[in-house]
Ligand binder design. Structure first.
Ligand SMILES: *[C@@H]1O[C@H](CO)[C@@H](O)[C@H](O)[C@H]1NC(C)=O
Length: 349
């Protein structure tokens, strides 16, 4: 059977892995008191508890380092976006990247012609200058995959299914990521997966149930077949947006929210606060998200509107704006490399 993806979206999972810790216990200076206070407040705000004083000290050093880097970035030349301290502030870059360790770049295999060729939006002309599917009621509130579960692929697939369902039926229904995690055996639940495999599961399973019927637990679980049989929506299949082509991506997003893979392991992505992200990332896809619109700033910077699954505290109320129309054909952070969307019965080809 042909493999449909070249990448596995293992997501950024923010696992705390102690082997990367470096002990930097040094004599405390007075100016550090305020930083200590900030760490204490941050811990309370995020409900963080450390196993002992030594661990706390190590985490404080990392926190301090990240805070200083964030503040230096924000004080530097204006790049059109800012960073801020968030729930991921006590992790090192290495830990952040280590959470992607299972990431595999696979040999591209032959794709079956039918899936490969058909792009129903190739002839879409006159796309609106700006578009925001949130304003059209096609996007559910931002969800949170949690600190130690690489289930981004499920959130990405679900968001684009929620989108096409609302566009087709007029009803916005929040759907179940946990059903995909528990029941789609081709993907690996918190261990990572592919949006396209998730779409295939939904086709085969004859639908997907609601979030409220099969709520998110943020950990691996056993498939509840009874719940999984109560489909709230169905999809007919999925299609890929021609790779490395932001024009094609625009045609698709003009018609429905689209699942994409991005490289989200950079410091800038991790601590993104607001504005239009214009760099700091490569094209090693490791995170699945959903493009829910596009626009242009007053200054003329074009951007994609991206729904993430890191909760509302990250970015712009859980969303990211990322530069659109870059010279690299892959798009910024590889956003145009592996885009796809679900299809439903009765859609015009
Ligand atoms: C990109 O997509 C557009 C629209 O679908 C198409 O007309 C164009 O030929 C594509 N460009 C490349 C380089 O494939």
């Amino acid at each position: 059977m042909a493999l449909k993806n070249h990448f596995q979206y293992l997501c950024i999972t923010f696992l705390l892995i102690s082997k990367f810790l470096t002990s930097q216990a040094s004599t405390r200076q007075l100016p550090e008191l305020s930083m200590l206070e900030r760490h204490g407040k941050w811990m309370a705000q995020h409900g963080r508890v450390y196993k002992d004083a030594q661990e706390k000290m190590k985490r404080f050093e990392i926190f301090k380092d990240n805070v200083q880097k964030i503040e230096a970035f924000n004080a530097g030349p204006d790049q059109g976006y800012k960073l801020r301290v968030n729930a991921f502030a006590d992790m090192t870059d290495e830990e952040f990247k280590a959470s992607l360790n299972g990431y595999k770049r696979q040999e591209p295999e032959m794709m079956s012609a039918s899936e490969h060729e058909h792009f129903r939006y190739a002839d879409v002309r006159n796309v609106p200058k700006t578009l925001d599917w949130r304003k059209k009621g096609a996007v559910t509130p931002v969800k949170d995959q949690g600190l130690d579960c690489g289930s981004c692929w499920a959130f990405s697939a679900v968001a684009s299914i929620e989108g096409i369902n609302q566009i087709k039926t007029g009803k916005l229904v929040s759907l179940s990521e946990q059903e995909l995690m528990d029941c789609d055996k081709k993907d690996k639940s918190c261990g990572g997966g592919y949006m396209n495999t998730a779409f295939k599961f939904v086709v085969k399973n004859r639908g997907l149930t609601t979030e409220s019927n099969y709520p998110y637990r943020g950990k691996d679980g056993i498939c509840d077949a009874k719940k999984a049989s109560k489909a709230a929506i169905r999809i007919a299949g999925y299609e890929k947006v021609p790779a490395n082509n932001e024009t094609a991506l625009l045609q698709a997003v003009a018609r429905q929210p689209v699942s994409v893979g991005v490289d989200a392991s950079s410091f800038e992505s991790r601590f993104y606060s607001n504005g239009v992200l214009v760099g700091g990332c490569g094209t090693e896809l490791d995170h699945g998200v959903t493009v829910v619109g596009y626009g242009k700033t007053k200054g003329g910077t074009k951007y994609w509107i991206v729904k993430n699954s890191w909760g509302k505290d990250w970015g712009e109320n859980g969303y990211l704006r990322i530069k659109r129309g870059v010279t690299a054909k892959e798009g910024l952070c590889g956003i145009a490399m592996e885009a796809s969307y679900p299809t439903v019965e009765g859609m015009k080809d």
